[in-house]
Ligand binder design. Structure first.
Ligand SMILES: Cc1ncc(COP(=O)(O)O)c(C=O)c1O
Length: 430
């Protein structure tokens, strides 16, 4: 049996539809928006003035920010801006066509080769976004009705890819490979999919175990390493390399998806895999075929980002120091940071209202940490998603700790329990 995934408010909509009285006027939309507001689930955008960074000007005010995915601090790096300008001079602005028409240029091709070498796969294929890459790879490699096993806390784009592909989506409890084996037990499986580093929890997937289950099942394993690449593994080669460096034998069969708009500071995504997998994506992935190629200047800038990210190991070392400082400080304060060794350091709040109140209190004091609420995380697991960047200083982390100390109801746990960590990891649904 597949798991039904519902969008926010979809239960209400389904009820209305079943009763045959779904209204399609703006008043109905307004009342649904009001419902979201009352449930503390309303989302609003902020306007950033100037570049992304740890001290952005947002809604007219400079804040200390702990919520971007610019983990290495490259999004506004002058060398990348120079490369983007150089690329625009060389290739112009728009790609003007899809890759399979005349949109695939030298800059794209070179970046694909660089990315393949970086993650240790024979080939890589650029996609315009990670969302599109996940839709493309799942629907190109799975047939309708086949079984697909997915970690319950996977990113929404992986779930959407499964829905689009019409597979039987079976979601196993977070990182629980024993439960996965029980669920599969002798049945067919076309694919296993998992985040490499979980986007809202920051913990690592058990890639070696997943790879061996996939092999036994004759299934493919897709690892979405949006939050691992650039950050963990040797020279930032990601989750697979983290395990390779600890003795795991990578036989090359795992399909790697990576995004370029996070640690690498630019935009876009790629899938890296064997030659036949990549050729199949070129022939069959509709989110690759039917869309305009990335601007080539962006690909040019991303090649520069990749070089910088690999070369400047100090960024990862500094990050590791900041992570350790935050975790040690939080443990002293009895704050329930979740079990993560990556720059994603969530502080569990529980209900959406508390998470929002914490976020607002920090913002009032000039520190920005977004509240993450359902449906992005399971109900009851709303949190502050604190993210660290190599552009932060130790003083920035100390300032954050100083403010976290005074959050109502945030601390009070004995320091020792912070390592065992309560939280949504075991049990919640996305
Ligand atoms: C784990 C994960 N996969 C995929 C994506 C989508 O990537 P993109 O932003 O490039 O569409 C994101 C976030 O955006 C993510 O966190």
């Amino acid at each position: 049996m597949g798991t039904a995934l519902r969008r926010p408010g979809s239960a209400d909509r389904l009820d209305q539809r079943a009763a045959g009285k779904r209204r399609r006027d703006d008043a109905a939309l307004r009342s649904e928006l009001e419902r979201l507001r009352n449930a503390h689930l309303y989302r609003a955008r902020r306007v950033l003035d100037g570049p992304q960074g740890v001290r952005p000007v947002i809604d007219g005010r400079r804040v200390l920010s702990f919520c971007s995915n610019d983990y290495l601090g490259l999004a506004a790096h002058p060398a990348l801006a120079d490369a983007l300008r150089e690329g625009a001079g060389r290739y112009g602005v728009g790609s003007g066509a899809a890759h399979l028409i005349t949109g695939h240029g030298q800059a794209h091709h070179r970046l694909e080769e660089d990315l393949a070498a970086f993650v240790g796969r024979p080939r890589a294929l650029l996609f315009s976004t990670g969302y599109m890459a996940n839709l493309g790879v799942i629907s190109a490699l799975c047939e309708r009705g086949e079984a697909l096993y997915a970690d319950r806390l996977n990113h929404a784009s992986l779930n959407d890819g499964a829905l689009l592909a019409g597979v039987r989506l079976r979601r196993y409890p977070h990182a629980d490979t024993a439960a996965l084996e029980r669920m599969r037990a002798g049945g067919d499986a076309a694919m296993l999919i998992s985040d490499g580093v979980f986007s809202m929890d920051g913990d690592l997937a058990p890639v070696p175990d997943l790879a061996s289950i996939a092999e036994t099942a004759g299934a493919r394993l897709l690892v979405d390493d949006a939050h691992g690449l650039g950050v963990i593994g040797r020279a930032g080669r990601g989750s697979l390399d983290f395990y390779r460096s600890r003795g795991w034998h990578d036989d090359g069969s795992v399909i790697v998806m990576g995004t370029l708009g996070k640690a690498f500071g630019t935009f876009g995504a790629f899938v890296a895999a064997s030659e036949p997998v990549i050729e199949t994506l070129i022939q069959r992935a509709r989110s690759y075929i039917y869309t305009t190629a990335l601007p080539p200047a962006l690909a040019h800038a991303t090649s520069a980002a990749l070089t910088l990210a690999q070369r400047e190991d100090w960024r990862r070392e500094h990050l590791r120091g900041l992570i350790a400082r935050l975790r040690a400080g939080a443990a002293d304060l009895g704050l329930p940071l979740m079990a993560s060794q990556t720059p994603i350091q969530p502080l569990l709040a529980g209900d959406a209202e508390t998470a929002l109140a914490w976020s607002r209190s920090l913002e009032d004091q000039g520190v920005l940490v977004t509240a993450i609420r359902p449906p992005t995380v399971p109900k009851g697991a709303a949190r502050l998603r604190i993210t660290l960047s190599a552009a932060h200083t130790e003083q920035d982390v100390d300032r954050l700790l100083e403010l976290l100390r005074s959050l109502p109801g945030a601390g009070h746990e004995p320091a020792a329990s912070a390592a065992g960590l309560p939280g949504p990891r075991r049990g919640g649904g996305a």
